[in-house]
Design a protein around this ligand. Structure first.
Ligand code: AMP
Length: 490
């Protein structure tokens, strides 16, 4: 099936072609015609499936039929994290480049004033995190009676983060006659309840995450004792012709240590993980996008779901605990038909996790010997040693299919007063943050997360150490089954 068969406008087809997409992904094939017909939708899909375009593309054509008015958005996209919201906004610009539509990106952590101006000028679509959206609404900046389309994206992450009460308040403030699209990686009972409440005879679609790796990626394993991983990694790096690379670690401490080591060795490297302030994370990603960074050292927590630009190499410092993470990680390279290279350092304790990955992708990844290093035997049935921290093997860590329950409402969430239209002080909002096995290694974070997050929460847009990344500062044009996570805080 081609994009042209989906009923999209010529302007969109041109923008799609400019993006280099040749055919719609399964979720796009299933979703786009129904969304164009105005149907509600319950989509079971993860990031990486082309989900964003599946709702953004038809939304653009629907919105193109009329014009934005000041403070009266016609579509709302709710995202659990600032990064995802910024990314969706980016996609909206890319796909809508031949249309005269305006968007406003409403996310916390940056000054409200430019966002207020965007709303005032007239935004067809608001792409928002729930906290900042409610902030704007309660300040009387938004009139919602013209909203025709609502997208609740990544509903299961909203649930994990305790955002569902905020989402429910937003939905209650919207007109009843609207089109609602709800996406979630898994349809948990709580998500089903939301769907029953807010969707009207939805079309249900489900697409699974890919379980194979792209043929354009050349994959290698390197057997190495845990204590020799730094040296082995440096050896591989020096022997490869790297344009830019992402090094994935299972733990935040490893991310920091490795970024530090690479910098000491004279490489341009930056860390990204869930404990770093939001502003730094976005800055680091921006540097990678601009080609200023050679190495991004990342944890899954910060990298999952982000559209990280094409890179020549992916290194796995440790074997990911969830096999799907391996596909997700190495999928950052070898994109759009280009050649990619993926290396994974495997210690004897990680044999079992490696076995899981190979079973899932249905292939044996070849081993590569490093010059001057003795061969290490890895037993694919080897259990991780007792007492060892989870993360590298992941067998002891939380699984994606672990049962979850709704997170309690986050601290600092607003008192219920949806009708309040008086001006209020600016609401603080957290960045999106997930826990993976990496957080298990640092129990003290559980006791003192507030202090850690304080910087993350409210970086000042005009603070001395932070520039708003260009793609966030731009004015609008004219006119993943995740592991159990703890309660979030604001
Ligand atoms: P998403 O699941 O929306 O996060 O999209 C994952 C990645 O797939 C993004 O990098 C998109 O730019 C890309 N993408 C979306 N649709 C297509 C398509 N039809 N063909 C190729 N890549 C796509």
């Amino acid at each position: 099936m081609s994009f042209a068969e989906l009923g999209l406008s010529d302007e969109l087809l041109r923008a799609i072609e400019d993006s280099g997409y040749t055919e719609p992904t399964p979720i796009q094939q299933k979703a786009i015609p129904s969304v164009l017909m105005g149907r509600d939708m319950l989509g079971c899909a993860q990031t990486g499936t082309g989900k964003t375009a599946s709702f953004t593309l038809p939304m653009i054509d629907i919105l193109a039929q009329s014009r934005a008015k000041a403070r009266m958005p016609r579509a709302i996209i709710l995202e659990p994290t600032r990064e995802l919201a910024a990314q969706v906004a980016d996609n909206f610009d890319r796909y809508g480049k031949h249309h005269k539509l305006a968007k406003a990106l409403l996310i916390g952590g940056i000054s409200l004033a430019p966002q207020e101006q965007q709303i005032e000028r007239g935004a067809d679509v608001l792409i928002a995190t729930p906290g900042r959206f409610l902030d704007c609404y309660e300040r009387g900046l938004l009139l919602l009676h013209d909203v025709k389309i609502l997208v609740i994206d990544e509903a299961d992450r909203m649930l994990d983060m305790g955002f569902i009460p905020d989402v429910e308040r937003i939905v209650r403030a919207l007109p009843k006659s609207r089109q609602t699209l709800l996406f979630s990686a898994t349809i948990l009972p709580e998500i089903r309840r939301l769907a029953d409440k807010f969707l009207n005879d939805p079309k249900e679609i489900s697409v699974s995450a890919p379980t194979t790796t792209a043929e354009t990626i050349e994959q290698f394993l390197i057997g190495v004792e845990e204590r020799d991983k730094d040296a082995a990694l440096m050896q591989v790096i020096e022997s490869e012709d790297i344009q830019s690379a992402i090094i994935f670690c299972n733990r935040k401490k490893q991310v920091d240590a490795l970024a530090h080591l690479l910098k000491r060795k004279g490489y341009n490297a930056g860390p990204i993980h869930g404990d770093l302030p939001q502003s730094r994370r976005m800055e680091t990603l921006e540097s990678l996008r601009k080609g200023e960074l050679l190495f991004l050292v990342a944890s899954d927590v910060a990298a999952r779901g982000l559209d990280i630009p094409d890179v020549s190499h992916v290194f796995n410092y440790g074997v990911p605990g969830n096999p799907e993470d391996y596909i997700h990680r190495i999928g950052r390279t070898g994109r759009a038909g280009r050649k990619g290279h993926a290396f994974m350092l495997v210690s004897p304790e990680e044999g079992e996790s490696l076995g899981d990955i190979q079973r899932m992708i249905g292939q044996d990844i070849p081993w590569k010997a490093l010059e001057g290093r003795k061969k290490i035997d890895i037993d694919l049935d080897a259990k991780p040693k007792r007492g060892r921290r989870s993360g590298a093997s992941g067998k002891g860590g939380p699984r994606k299919d672990a049962p979850r329950k709704a997170a309690p409402k986050k601290e600092g969430a607003r008192a219920p007063s949806p009708k309040a239209h008086g001006r209020r002080p600016e609401r603080k909002e957290t960045s999106g943050k997930k826990e993976t096995s990496e957080q298990k290694e640092a129990p003290k974070q559980k006791e003192a997360p507030k202090q850690k997050d304080a910087g993350d929460k409210t970086p000042k847009a005009d603070g001395p150490d932070w520039q708003i990344p260009a793609f966030l500062a731009e004015p609008p044009p004219a006119a993943s089954t995740p592991p159990r996570r703890p309660r979030r805080k604001t």
